[in-house]
Design a protein around this ligand. Structure first.
Ligand code: 6GU
Length: 252
């Protein structure tokens, strides 16, 4: 069982998400567990439950204080008996991708720290050895949705979370190309027909068609991924040698 701990001020935001659909089933099946730990429960300010304050040096907004975050992490690592890897959800982080998902799928436990307001006191990150991770180049109001995105992407790589058929899909994006278009019944909808080749029953032709569609989509939408793919599969892009006409004795 893979264990996730999400340190957050909004546990419901995480739990309502992960308890739905595939990750919800994975939790019910005991393949993964998600503990949303409320950072507010660890504040030493018992009177007001305060967890944030103004930034030294001035500036807009509030920061989450170091103490509740540090103590919350200590409670998690104390219960586990060791210090699990902790990821701080932040647009300042390294960008999360499929390769990182594969790497993180190998960890027994993962802790996510979700910031809110304008961020967290840097000393909290230093003390718990947090790695900064971003899910893309845009700014969210807090790290909760980002942690749900990562839990989803990582969990589908955990054995038994997807059914066998779907795990084939993992191979297909990890070859570095975008998916080919797909069709189901009916054969014609609003005058639009399913491509003939998919009805042909010729598996080799179907695979060739899908691969060429994947290549074309990747080239037009994600040129940087296409360039990488070309680098890694040079043989596929080599010019086929032209067949020379044999010199015959009738040529002069
Ligand atoms: Cl991981 N967190 C937050 N708060 N905003 C983000 C993000 C993460 N990734 C992109 N924007």
């Amino acid at each position: 069982m893979k264990k996730y701990y999400v340190m957050t001020l909004f546990p419901d935001m995480v739990l309502n998400n992960v308890r739905t659909s595939i990750t919800g089933r994975a939790i019910a099946d005991g393949k993964i567990s998600v503990d949303a730990v409320n950072i507010r429960e660890y504040t030493e300010d018992k009177r007001h439950g305060r967890v944030d304050d103004y930034p030294y040096g001035g500036g807009a907004g509030m920061l989450m204080q170091a103490q509740p975050i540090y103590d919350c992490y200590q409670a998690i690592s104390g219960a586990l008996g060791h210090n699990p890897r902790v990821l701080y959800m932040s647009p300042q982080g390294r960008t999360f991708d499929q390769r990182m998902a594969e790497e993180l799928a190998g960890e027994e436990e993962l802790v996510f720290l979700c910031g809110h307001y304008e961020g967290v006191d840097e000393r909290a990150l230093e003390l718990i050895h947090a790695e900064n991770v971003s899910i893309g180049d845009y700014v969210l109001t807090g790290g909760e949705l980002a942690s749900c995105v990562m839990i989803d992407a990582i969990s589908r790589l955990v054995p038994g979370v997807l059914n066998k058929d779907a795990s084939y899909e993992i191979e297909s994006f990890s070859d570095g190309l975008l998916e080919y278009p797909q069709y189901t019944r009916p054969e014609e909808y609003m005058g639009l027909k399913v491509p003939e080749i998919l009805l042909s029953g010729d598996h080799k032709k179907v695979e060739e068609w899908r691969h060429s569609m994947s290549l074309e989509r990747t080239r037009s939408v994600r040129p940087e991924l296409y360039a990488l793919y070309q680098q890694e599969h040079p043989e596929e892009f080599m010019e086929k040698p032209k067949r020379r006409r044999r010199k015959s004795h009738t040529d002069s």
